[in-house]
Ligand binder design. Structure first.
Ligand SMILES: C[S@@+](CC[C@H](N)C(=O)[O-])C[C@H]1O[C@@H](n2cnc3c(N)ncnc32)[C@H](O)[C@@H]1O
Length: 314
């Protein structure tokens, strides 16, 4: 079984995907204690270092290193401040890469990393990973093309140690995007993923009022569509399809088409749309934290697909 070390592991979206792809997770790391609790409830055998990555001085050796450093500074939806310190955590990943010298690595981040104002940071990451001795490929992948019922585009870097003499090839899409020729299987819908769950699950969704910011864009998707990106902030999570659709009445102002009952997606529905296994455990009653770790996660099937496409180097 190939071994892996994971950094910025959160609740383990990436690592559940790796585990399913046949990797033994030796070490995970994050600063969020709730993320650790979820991770350990589901992958109990992995050692989890609950601390700032900058405090980790040594790492176990492993075949694969993975890391999904935070993306607030690069994020299309979030704060865009190219000089924020959080944008530089990739240097910590680079430090671990040079210390471990795994056969391969995988990095996931938001596609906003290719934006003009932060492109120098993207280029710096590429350069660093190449100078560390890796042949690096990168690509923006759409989760829907890999069978997830959610619009989520993410950038991946994959590197293979140069002395191994092979290059990584990203996996081909398995599912057709809406509107694409149906040469491939049709992408699943919200109904396919969460249609079996209860309509009004008690204590599982954020019941705060729909404030003006919420109503400044269309948060609605119907049963037979794919969902909007599952975000980490529970107040901004999309509407469940039993809610009335929204109509636009002004620039940045939307209203419900009728006064039927409306609610946000529950944390469990958000997890389903992210492709977490149905038996994934989210312990305790921290509703906002549940949404946060789920929205921050890499969809496990997407990470699994990237890992499974690795050539036979183990
Ligand atoms: C994009 S999320 C990772 C998602 C995770 N890979 C998954 O699939 O569930 C980024 C994570 O980095 C963590 N983080 C932020 N700063 C950190 C630091 N200095 N050291 C360690 N972890 C940090 C955050 O708590 C967050 O869980």
């Amino acid at each position: 079984m190939p071994t892996a070390v994971s950094l910025f592991s959160g609740c383990g979206g990436s690592d559940v995907g790796l585990h399913g792809a046949g990797f033994e997770m030796l070490l995970a790391n994050d600063i969020s204690s709730y993320a650790r609790d979820v991770y350990k409830a589901n992958l109990p055998d992995t050692d989890y270092a609950l601390k700032d990555i900058r405090e980790i001085k040594s790492f176990p050796s492993a075949d694969l290193l993975v890391g999904c450093y935070p993306c607030q500074g690069f994020s299309v939806g979030g704060v865009r401040e190219p000089e924020r310190g959080i944008n530089y955590l990739y240097r910590e990943f680079d430090r671990a890469l040079r210390a471990i010298r795994p056969k391969a690595f995988i990095v996931e981040n938001v596609s906003g990393m290719r934006r003009q104002d932060v492109i120098h940071l993207f280029n710096n990451q590429l350069k660093r990973f190449q100078l560390a001795g890796y042949r690096v490929e990168w690509r923006v992948l759409d989760a829907r093309a890999f069978g997830l019922p959610q619009e989520r585009t993410r950038l991946f870097f994959v590197g293979i140690r140069s002395d191994l003499g092979v290059r990584y090839r990203f996996p081909d899409p398995t599912h057709a995007l809406p509107g694409e020729e149906a040469r491939l299987a049709k992408c699943p819908t919200i109904r396919d993923a969460i249609g079996h769950l209860p309509e009004w699950p008690e204590d599982e969704f954020d019941e705060q009022p729909f404030h003006w910011y919420y109503m400044s864009r269309n948060r609605y998707r119907g049963w037979d569509e794919t969902s909007k990106t599952i975000v980490a902030n529970s107040r901004h999570v999309g509407l469940h399809p039993i809610s009335p659709p929204l109509k636009r009445i002004h620039t940045d102002k939307w209203v419900f088409e009728n006064d039927g009952p409306a609610r946000r997606l529950s944390y469990r529905e958000a997890a389903g749309l992210q492709g977490f296994p149905t038996d994934m455990v989210f312990p305790d009653n921290h509703l906002r934290l549940k949404y946060r770790v789920i929205g921050n996660a890499v969809p496990p099937p997407l990470f699994g697909a990237v890992a499974r496409a690795m050539p036979a180097i183990w």
